[in-house]
Design a protein around this ligand. Structure first.
Ligand code: AP5
Length: 229
């Protein structure tokens, strides 16, 4: 899933993963868990994330490699927040060479709407789940009952920085992937159910809808078009 901060990548990745019975792999969630657990990676990533900048490519590629090698990801997975740079995309092509196909969905939402969404987003401080739209901070997390709080990087100044970083470092990925037959652009301003059905239709349209693995059926395009920015 590609898209700027607040486009709905996490929301849609969660739904798609549930529908397909494959894991959602969110590098943002993995980093936030590492921060909460106080691991080395978490301690080093925290300051970077709080500034709205990107964590080092080598660290992120290592995290992703380790995660997709796990048993539960062998039948396919939904990626949320990775790749974020052209270097990460090239590394992902290498990791996917034996697995194919990579279906790329770019969720498009204009900036004022992104800022509005992030300013009003609440997450559970315990399990990290997004609260449903319109929940107040007096409402508890529907999943675990935890307290709902603002994400530390959803502060307005940090959001502006994240958007700048997106345009500078992540938007070039759209050009990197646009030439592939498995790339689709989705209107992310629609209600979440409509976005979800457009994503499902996009996956079907590239021929990867069969079976659980968003995986096996289509691609030769990774290998064919792999490292061409
Ligand atoms: P990450 O957690 O990936 O944050 P992000 O990309 O900025 O994306 P968000 O989680 O803010 O937004 P989203 O698109 O998932 O939208 P959501 O579904 O939540 O990364 C955080 C940080 O970690 C980065 O800044 C970086 O430092 C680091 N990092 C992570 N991965 C990295 C990598 N690969 N390389 C380097 N650094 C990395 O929705 C947002 C809100 O909108 C919610 O409230 C939701 O309910 C609402 N909403 C969703 N869909 C709709 C809709 N259709 N209509 C109305 N509202 C909607």
């Amino acid at each position: 899933m590609l898209g700027p901060p607040g486009a709905g990548k996490g929301t849609q990745a969660e739904r798609l993963a549930r529908t397909r019975g494959v894991p959602k792999i969110s590098t943002g969630d993995i980093l936030r868990e590492a921060v909460t657990a106080g691991t080395d990676v978490g301690r080093r990533a925290k300051a970077t994330m709080d500034r709205g900048e990107l964590v080092n490519d080598d660290v992120m590629i290592g995290i992703l490699r380790e995660r997709i090698e796990r048993e539960d990801a062998q039948g396919g997975f939904v990626l949320d927040g990775f790749p974020r740079t052209v270097a990460q995309a090239a590394a992902l092509d290498g990791l996917m060479a034996e697995r194919g196909p990579l279906v790329i969905v770019d969720i498009v939402v204009p900036e004022p709407e992104l800022v509005r969404r992030l300013a009003s987003r609440l997450i559970c401080e315990h399990c990290g789940a997004n609260a449903p739209m319109g929940s107040g901070s007096d409402v508890a997390c529907a999943r675990c009952g935890g307290k709902l709080v603002q994400r530390t990087d959803d502060d307005e100044v940090v959001v502006r920085e994240r958007l700048k970083v997106y345009h500078r470092q992540s938007k070039p990925l759209v050009e990197y992937y646009r030439v592939r037959p498995t790339f689709r652009s989705i209107d992310g301003t629609q209600p979440p159910d409509r976005v979800a059905s457009d994503i499902a239709a996009a996956i079907e349209s590239v021929g990867a809808g069969a079976a659980n693995g968003i995986g096996k059926a289509v691609d030769k395009s990774n290998a064919r078009q792999g490292a061409q920015p």
